[in-house]
Ligand binder design. Structure first.
Ligand SMILES: Cc1ncc(COP(=O)(O)O)c(C=O)c1O
Length: 366
C-alpha cells in the first residue's frame, strides 16, 4: 500500500449494505442443484445424448469458428435456421437471446417505466417475478384455481385495476404443466393495455401454440427456447412479435449476446427436424407411460401435463424426495414454494431406463 493511504476501516459488507439496492439484498441467488452421478430429472432437459454422427458434425462446425473474432452481432445464421423451422407469419420479427432467460430480462427492462406493473399467474415460472424485482417493476400475481386453471375473471379484474405494462403467461405453464384455455388467453390479449408474453418454452410437447398469431394481436410476443428440445447447453432462446416490438427490444440487447460457438452449432442441430420430432414423440410416449403408472399409486394425484414433466401431489413430498435422492434420482420438490403446491413434486420425463428407475422407487414407496 502506498505510504499515507490508510486501509479503509469499513468492511466490504458495510459498503454492500450501504449501497446495494435493498430489494436485491433481500434476494437469494438462484441455486442450481448439483447432480453429478445422479439421474437428473429436475430441470426439464431432453434426456437424449447426441447421436455419434451429429457429434462429429457439431465438432466440425465448432472447429471452423474464428474464436479470435466477435460473433455476428445479428446472429443472422441462427435466425435464418429458426425461420426455416417455424413457418412464421409474413412480416413477423424475431430476436435471439442467451437462453429465453436473457430475453425475459430484456423484455422486462424495456417495459419497466416508472410505476409500471407486471402481471402473472401464480404459481408460474419464478423468473417472471425475479425480473420484475431486478427492473424495479411492481409485480402482481393472480392465483390459479385449485386445479391450476387460469382464473380468467380474477385475471381480467387485475388487468382492469392494474393496467399492467407487461403480462406473462406460460403456455403450457411451469411448474403445473397444464395449458390454459385458449379462449381465456385470447381474452387477456384483447383486454391487456400492454405487452402480453406467451412463454412457449414447452411448445414441442403441447398441442397448441400462439406463434402463428403474432401479427393478429399487436400486443402479443411469443417467447421460446431450444433448451427443452435437446440444446439446453447452447443457451438459445428466441422471441417472435411485430417488428415494432423487436426493434425496441434490440436496443437493450448486448451487441454480441449470442456467442460464436452457439451460432455455429445451433443451425446444425435445428436442421435435424426429424430427429428432434422423434425425440419429442418419444418423450410424449414416455410421459403417457409414466402418467399411467403414477396415477394409480395410492395417495398420489397426477395433474394433466402438456410438457416434458409431470406434476404429482404425494402424501409426503420431503420424504418422497429424500427416497428418490437416496436412490440417486434428482427431482424438483415444490413443497413450500407456493400454497397451491403443498407436497408437490415436479419430475422431468427421462429416458425409458431412467423412468423405469424412477417408477421402481415410487412404486415401492409407502
Ligand atoms: C416457462 C419457462 N420459460 C423460460 C425458461 C427458461 O429457459 P431458457 O433455458 O431458454 O433460459 C424456462 C426454463 O425452465 C421455463 O420453464
Amino acid at each position: 500500500m502506498p505510504a499515507g493511504v490508510a486501509p479503509s476501516a469499513r468492511s466490504a459488507a458495510a459498503f454492500v449494505d450501504a449501497n446495494v439496492r435493498p430489494e436485491l439484498r433481500a434476494l437469494t441467488a438462484y441455486v442450481v442443484a448439483r447432480a453429478e452421478g445422479m439421474i437428473k430429472l429436475d430441470a426439464m432437459e431432453n434426456p437424449f445424448a447426441l447421436p455419434e454422427h451429429l457429434r462429429s458434425r457439431v465438432a466440425a462446425a465448432a472447429a471452423r469458428v474464428a474464436v479470435n473474432r466477435y460473433p455476428d452481432g445479428e446472429a443472422e445464421g441462427v435466425k435464418a435456421a429458426l425461420r426455416a423451422t417455424l413457418a412464421l407469419p409474413a412480416g413477423a420479427g424475431i430476436i435471439v437471446g442467451n437462453g429465453s432467460d436473457e430475453l425475459l430480462q430484456i423484455i422486462t427492462s424495456t417495459l419497466a417505466r416508472p410505476g409500471a406493473s407486471m402481471l402473472a399467474a401464480e404459481p408460474s415460472f419464478v423468473m417472471y417475478r425475479m425480473n420484475a424485482i431486478y427492473a424495479g417493476m411492481r409485480y402482481v400475481g393472480v392465483p390459479l384455481t385449485a386445479d391450476f386453471g387460469l382464473d380468467a375473471a380474477a385475471f381480467l379484474r387485475a388487468i382492469e385495476a392494474e393496467k399492467p405494462a407487461l403480462v406473462y403467461l406460460a403456455y403450457p405453464n411451469n411448474p403445473t404443466g397444464n395449458l390454459f384455455a385458449r379462449e381465456d388467453v385470447e381474452r387477456v390479449l384483447r383486454a391487456a393495455p400492454g405487452l402480453v408474453v406467451i412463454d412457449e418454452a414447452y411448445y414441442a410437447f403441447a398441442d397448441a401454440s400462439f406463434i402463428g398469431r403474432v401479427m393478429e394481436f399487436p400486443n402479443l410476443l411469443v417467447l421460446r427456447t431450444v433448451s427443452k428440445i435437446g440444446m439446453a447447453g447452447l443457451r438459445l432462446g428466441y422471441a417472435v412479435a411485430a417488428p415494432e416490438w423487436i426493434a425496441e427490444l434490440n436496443k437493450l440487447r448486448q451487441p454480441y449476446n449470442l456467442n460464436a460457438l452457439t451460432q455455429a452449432v445451433a443451425p446444425v442441430l435445428l436442421a435435424e427436424g426429424e430427429l428432434l420430432a422423434q425425440q419429442a414423440a418419444l418423450i410424449r410416449a414416455e410421459r403417457a407411460r409414466l402418467a399411467a403408472r403414477l396415477s394409480v399409486l395410492p395417495g398420489v394425484r397426477l395433474y394433466p401435463t402438456q410438457t416434458n414433466f409431470v406434476l404429482l401431489r404425494v402424501p409426503d413430498a420431503p420424504r418422497w424426495f429424500a427416497s428418490l435422492r437416496d436412490a440417486g434420482i434428482l427431482v424438483k420438490s415444490l413443497h413450500g414454494g407456493h400454497p397451491l403446491l403443498q407436497h408437490c413434486l415436479r419430475i422431468t420425463v427421462g429416458t425409458p431406463q431412467e423412468n423405469d428407475a424412477l417408477l421402481a422407487v415410487l412404486e415401492g414407496q409407502r
